[in-house]
Design a protein around this ligand. Structure first.
Ligand code: ATP
Length: 292
């Protein structure tokens, strides 16, 4: 038998509103212990997963598994990005955008068993004002939603829905100037998402043509739309046809510069981050290896 691979499970105890009690015991039943030598640790605060993953990389751990949602994945993947350490995902979030896109099962046991295949792929990452993202970053309406969601104790898809419905009745479109690979665009937008993967989470596809391996980010500009078109917009989102909506414009690019008229939240893989009026975004091709 060859040397077993060190695998560290970093568990977010609050993500997705699930407690994850007994997680370690269940993993020990399903993980291939001839292949892996597992360790487990719980996160205690925001940023802790990043600290733990940075240490794991330095210690030569071969696989670090994010047990949580896109925020937990972001913290861990930011530490693994550009290194040889491989990311694993057990989706326990509210949206699970990257996991759903990669086809990782939402069922915990199935996701653990899938780690035993040790099949992996290398994906692109994005960077916005120095912060990495792997799924999606965005400004406007969706950033306001992530701000509201982060400050609400209700997690899970119901928590998201509540944040969306509260925000949609009051949100006003804003002015933006964009430069995408040297082409200038002036737009009034409801929101602008910069997509590495096609979906936010919960199978809501804002940029259906996006790919995590094409060396591009898809800039998805959602224009002001009349309220009566909301059912149609929602249909497009879940039918993977957002690019066919007359209110949606999608422009792929590698280097994106956005100027806005206000400072405030930008969401980075669903987590709100305070940023200024100027946003510089770029894609880094093939930087993160993930078990899938
Ligand atoms: N012990 C903890 N207490 C409070 N917050 C924590 C703790 N550990 C991690 N966090 C923070 O919880 C936040 C939410 O985590 P995560 O994004 O994984 O779940 P989610 O928001 O429910 O799912 P998704 O991003 O898929 O919608 C992250 O910002 C993370 O830093």
């Amino acid at each position: 038998m060859g040397k077993r691979k060190r695998i560290l499970f970093i568990i977010n105890p609050i993500s997705g509103g699930k407690k994850k009690r007994g997680f370690e015991k269940r993993v020990m039943e399903d993980l291939d212990l001839a292949l892996y030598d597992p360790e487990f640790v719980l996160t205690g605060h925001i940023g802790h997963a990043n600290e733990l993953a940075t240490k794991a990389v330095a210690d030569g751990v071969e696989v670090v598994v994010a047990v949580g949602g896109d925020g937990t994945i972001n913290e861990i993947a930011s530490a693994l990005n550009g290194t040889d350490t491989i990311l694993g995902i057990i989706p326990e979030g509210s949206g699970n955008g990257l996991a759903l896109y990669l086809g990782i099962p939402l069922n915990e046991r199935a996701a653990v068993k899938r780690l035993n295949r040790f099949e992996h792929m290398t994906i692109d990452s994005g960077v916005i004002n120095g912060l990495f993202f792997f799924n999606m970053a965005g400004i406007g309406f969706d950033a306001s939603v992530s701000d509201r969601f982060a400050n609400d104790s209700l997690r899970g898809p119901i928590g998201y829905l509540k944040a969306v419905l509260t925000e949609i009745s009051t949100y006003k479109p804003k002015q933006y100037v964009l430069d995408i690979d040297g082409d200038r665009f002036e737009r009034e937008a409801f929101m602008i998402s910069v997509a590495n993967s096609p979906q936010y989470g919960n199978n809501a596809y804002v940029a259906p043509q996006a790919s995590v391996t094409d060396g591009l980010l898809d800039v998805c500009i959602v224009h002001k739309f009349p309220l009566y078109t909301i059912p149609m917009m929602v249909f497009h989102l879940f039918n993977k046809t957002a690019d066919q909506s007359e209110y949606v414009e999608i422009i792929p690019g590698r280097r994106i510069h956005i100027e806005r008229t206000y400072i405030g939240s930008v969401h980075v893989d669903g987590e709100p981050k305070a940023m200024g009026k100027v946003l510089d975004i770029a894609v880094n091709p093939s930087t993160l290896t993930i078990l899938c």
